[in-house]
Design a protein. Structure first.
Lengths: 356, 262
């Protein structure tokens, strides 16, 4: 696959080749014009010679760009190309002059005018061609760096978009209509009944919404912020299923300032409620333990609900997205582990670097 | 004419049971609530004990859902489904012309439902919820909400001693079938690890994302992202070397075309 990727596109090759030929011909004509002064035979012969020289330099450059396929470690490809172009110049000139000597005539070095032309052409070729080759290489390297920079930028924006998608997705899940309407139904029930609890429940709902809404704009939260979200959530859920949900939190104070992706803790707790407790007729207990051990922060949410076997499907989205977001931010240094609890239920653990 | 009717209310949230009871008390004072159930199973049991005329069933309940309970009750009572927000359920109820209420329950809407129920009871018309209709409803909901069957597998459940562990599908390097089991070679926080699952390889393969996983041999499915390189042999076979592992996986002739361009 990588080989396939390295082969340039056909139209790219044509564009590159024609650009090089154009440069070579322009320079050949330029050199020809300069040499017109003092040239004794026909100008067309001069231009023909400079053009042949230019094109042969281009050919040498192109040939050694790809051949041989592997080079010894001490030899850089660009050096080989420049040297090859440099060697080709006198050789080609020699060839031109040898071939253009009519049979039986004296060799060109014995005719002063021809020797003069040969010297001039070789000199011009040696002077110009390697430098042009070098300039081409520099330009190519720059273009490559530019392409790469662009590719990196593209990749980064892609990652950012993915992160944003994940966050939006999560937000939609957090203010899920089912949760909101169910909670509102409870609030209404309490208000209708004139219950003194109504005001407390409304306070929890307000606290929950106040904590969840700004998450849309924040790339990172802290454990402390997460707790501000999870506490009212659990209060609301406990009000809704008073006989089925118990919970306890055990938070290491030194972990409060640790940064984490928004709704990390909420995702874990919500997963425990929805896929563990809510599916169980007798309910269960949720334990939240947050520990900081030197450079690591471990968040552990354990429930005694129905367990992995019964909540066959549905465990997916929340935990999967959280896992992806952790990977996006921490790479391999963060882990999300899901294990079955004993004797039942599920334990989910996030083990991540403690950044503050 | 004074109509005496009995009803059952099933909801896992106590506050909402109380609320519906109170609201019914206002809209239909003569209705006698003979039973309150906390889940589907209790609803079924209490229905069999008390035989109420009407059942108010919350759709979302632990264990047996409201729709499951309804299938049991069948046409022996008039049914009203109650749900907080469930696009699919509401769609299904509307299609079956079944009665349903949305939480929080609005008094006006409840009054409408009540007058419909009274009408049916008075004319002693049979309940509209035929078994066929309930069966359809149950299947429709399972299909719409579950939806997960066709979705790609995201976690593999693996046994390790007495505990079950979920392995994220992205962490899996390859799967290899071995007699009765499937061996899952995966990465536990970057470190190579292996687990055993009972699900046959063929069944797992069906649920995997075809963009990410490819079968390369009768007994091997590999995560394409885990491949370090592929070595071809002269005899129309090849071997796959896996990133960060010493393992070499066979590629059989039938699957060689996957790596033709490499």
């Amino acid at each position: 696959m990588s080989e396939l990727g390295m082969t340039p596109k056909p139209d790219g090759v044509i564009a590159k080749t024609s650009r090089r030929v154009a440069v070579a011909l322009t320079m050949s004509v330029g050199v020809g014009l300069l040499m017109m002064y003092g040239w004794s035979s026909s100008p067309s012969a001069l231009f023909l010679r400079t053009s042949i020289l230019g094109l042969s330099a281009t050919a040498a450059f192109a040939v050694f760009e790809a051949w041989p396929r592997s080079l010894p470690r001490w030899l850089e490809r660009w050096a080989l190309q420049v040297v090859a172009v440099g060697v080709f110049m006198p050789m080609t000139t020699l060839l031109i002059y040898a071939l253009s000597t009519p049979p039986g005539a004296a060799p060109f070095w014995e005719v002063p005018a021809r020797l003069d032309g040969w010297t001039h052409l070789t000199f011009a070729g040696l002077l110009l061609a390697p430098w042009t080759a070098l300039a081409t290489i520099v330009r190519q390297k720059e273009a490559f760096a530019r392409d790469q920079k662009l590719a990196f930028a593209l990749e980064r924006s892609e990652l950012e978009r993915e992160a944003l998608d994940a966050r939006l997705h999560l937000l939609q899940a957090q203010v899920a209509p089912h949760f909101l309407f169910n909670t509102l139904a409870n609030v209404q029930a309490l208000v209708d009944a004139g219950s003194p609890h109504a005001s407390a429940v409304l306070r929890s709902l307000t606290a929950y919404l106040r904590a969840v809404v700004p998450l849309l704009h924040e790339p990172a939260a802290t454990i402390e912020r997460e707790l501000q979200l999870v506490r009212p959530y659990l209060e609301l859920m406990q009000m809704r299923m008073p006989d089925r949900l118990q919970y306890a939190m055990n938070v290491d104070p030194s972990a409060l300032k640790v940064r984490c992706p928004p709704t990390t803790l909420l995702t874990l707790v919500e997963n425990a409620v929805r896929h563990g407790i809510d599916l169980s007729e007798e309910g269960g207990r949720i334990d939240i333990d947050i520990d900081r051990r030197a450079e690591r922060c471990v968040i552990r949410v354990t429930d005694t609900g129905v367990g992995l076997h019964q909540s066959a499907h549905g465990l997916g989205t929340g935990l999967t997205t959280l896992r992806e977001r952790l990977q996006l931010i921490f790479g391999d240094t963060a882990q999300l582990r899901v294990t079955s609890g004993a004797p039942r239920g599920v334990a989910v653990e996030v083990d991540m670097p403690a950044q503050t | 004419m004074n109509l005496h009717a009995t009803a059952l209310i099933a909801d896992d949230e106590p506050l909402l049971r109380d609320a519906l009871r109170r609201q019914l008390g206002t809209v239909w004072p003569e209705l006698e609530i003979v039973a309150e159930a906390r889940n589907g199973r209790e609803a079924v049991r209490l229905f069999d004990e008390r035989h109420p005329d009407i059942c108010f069933l919350d759709v979302h309940m632990p264990g047996l859902s409201g729709v499951d309970a309804a299938s049991h009750i069948g046409r022996r009572a008039h049914l009203v489904f109650v749900t907080a927000y469930d696009h699919y359920a509401v769609q299904a109820f509307a299609q079956g012309a079944l009665d349903y209420l949305l939480k929080p329950v609005e008094q006006a809407r409840l009054a409408e439902t009540v007058s419909r129920l009274k009408e049916r009871l008075q004319s002693s018309r049979p309940a509209i919820n035929t078994e066929q209709l309930l069966q359809q409803l149950s299947e429709q909901l399972a299909k719409l909400q579950g939806g997960g069957k066709s979705e790609a597998l995201r976690w593999i459940r693996a046994q390790a001693g007495k505990t079950v562990r979920l392995i994220a599908i992205d962490d899996v390097d390859y799967l290899r079938s071995d007699a009765k089991y499937t061996i899952v070679a995966w990465r536990d926080g970057g470190k190579p690890a292996e687990a055993v699952v009972r699900t046959p390889l063929k069944e797992l393969l069906e649920q995997l994302d075809a963009e990410q996983f490819a079968q390369v041999h009768r007994s091997v499915v590999v995560n394409l992202r885990a491949i370090s390189h592929v070595k071809r042999h002269d005899n129309e076979t090849a071997e796959i070397h896996v990133k960060g592992r010493d393992d070499v996986l066979p590629v059989s002739r039938n699957y060689l075309h996957l790596f033709r361009q490499m």
